[in-house]
Design a protein around this ligand. Structure first.
Ligand code: BYC
Length: 314
């Protein structure tokens, strides 16, 4: 049984805005919630390399190819910081990766949609990274030190990702009629899945209250989704693009954009593994894991030999 005095002192630290570090006392449930959320976040970054990675060999110019390569590499880096941060909670990397490969762990629903044209790369940068920044700027203030610090760096890189995406969106939106059609089509396909990234409505979100009490989240799923809509509707209109939502309307009283209902059946279908690309994404990760076996073996052997050498010296 955890000492209730320790738990009260923990909550007081959170309420004062203090940061919790790996060796500090934390309730088991806080640890478990963070392992769940941070490992899912790490998986999302790694699986998130696949939809855009699909276009690296077909980028329309050398400049675009360099930008896309570096963006996809950044995402690998984000996954690595986040796996390392999850390990500070006592979770083994092997275990969390096995959970992903066995289909037990979740990762963001957004990466289970196909990238059908080059315009999808632009729209992912603008909308998906735009959504990630809104969520992760909040997480950069989260109560768990290693997660918050990883988020600060990740958000800086995501800002560059969003800018390159929006620049491309703007270019295509003022391009030839075919380019305009391509970019609008990509917005039509990615808008609703991006709104789903923020998770279920607050009333249907079992984890939010606890995460907010512990200072992991400071805003609810619906609050973040609204900030996303407000910002991105303006950005779409600036470049002459339409948002595919007949219920979208500016509300003078609240100063926010009202928007239509998300298709929650589609959301849960994708989260449960039955979206358009779930199987392909997991198969691609399994294949990469199998092909990387020799690298893991070599790294383990190197570490074993280094340890032996150090033991001989001391
Ligand atoms: N997709 O109680 P709730 C990126 C699950 S990648 C799948 O509201 P919570 C990028 C949820 O896990 C950035 N599952 O949960 C990379 C829970 O199930 P479990 C991705 C979802 O934790 C490459 C259940 O539904 N960002 O930026 O309070 C290229 C009930 O939900 C989703 C992160 O990972 C979903 N969309 O809130 C470009 C951010 N939504 O676990 C860009 C970190 C909900 O109880 N995570 N579920 O079985 C979070 O902020 C939060 O965990 C969530 C969910 C907002 C996602």
């Amino acid at each position: 049984m955890e000492d209730s005095t320790k738990r009260e002192a923990f909550q007081e630290r959170i309420d004062k805005g203090e940061t919790i570090e790996p060796k500090d006392f934390m309730p088991d449930r806080y640890r478990q919630q963070l392992i769940r959320m941070m490992s899912q976040h790490a998986h999302s970054e790694i699986v998130g390399m696949l939809p855009e990675g699909n276009w690296i060999t077909r980028a329309p110019s050398l400049r675009r190819k360099l930008i896309l390569l570096s963006k996809v590499q950044d995402e690998a880096g984000h996954g690595l910081y986040l796996y390392s941060a999850t390990e500070t909670l006592g979770a083994s990397r092997q275990e969390v990766i096995d959970d992903l490969l066995n289909g037990r762990a979740k990762y963001s629903s957004i990466f289970n949609y196909p990238t059908l044209s080059w315009a999808d790369v632009a729209v992912i940068g603008w909308l998906v990274d735009g959504a990630a920044i809104i969520n992760q700027t909040m997480l950069a203030r989260s109560s768990y030190g290693p997660y918050a610090r990883a988020m600060v760096r990740i958000c800086k890189e995501e800002s560059f990702h969003k800018k390159q995406g929006y620049e491309m969106v703007a270019k295509m939106a003022e391009g030839t009629p075919e380019q305009q059609e391509m970019i609008q089509d990509a917005v039509n396909r990615w808008w609703w899945p991006t709104l789903m990234m923020f998770g279920p409505h607050d009333d249907d979100s079992p984890n939010s209250a606890e995460l907010i009490k512990w200072g992991v989240k400071s805003k609810t799923n619906d609050e973040l989704r609204q900030s996303f809509v407000d910002r991105h509707v303006q950005e779409a209109h600036t470049v002459g693009l339409e948002i595919p939502d007949p219920d979208l309307e500016y509300n003078e009283e609240t100063g926010h954009w009202n928007f239509g209902e998300i298709d929650w059946d589609e959301f849960w279908k994708v989260v449960k593994g039955n979206g358009p690309m779930n199987r392909e994404r997991l198969n691609a990760r399994r294949k990469a894991h199998e092909e990387g076996e020799w690298v893991r073996e070599a790294a383990e052997e190197y570490a074993r030999k280094r340890k032996l050498r150090q033991e001989k010296v001391s």
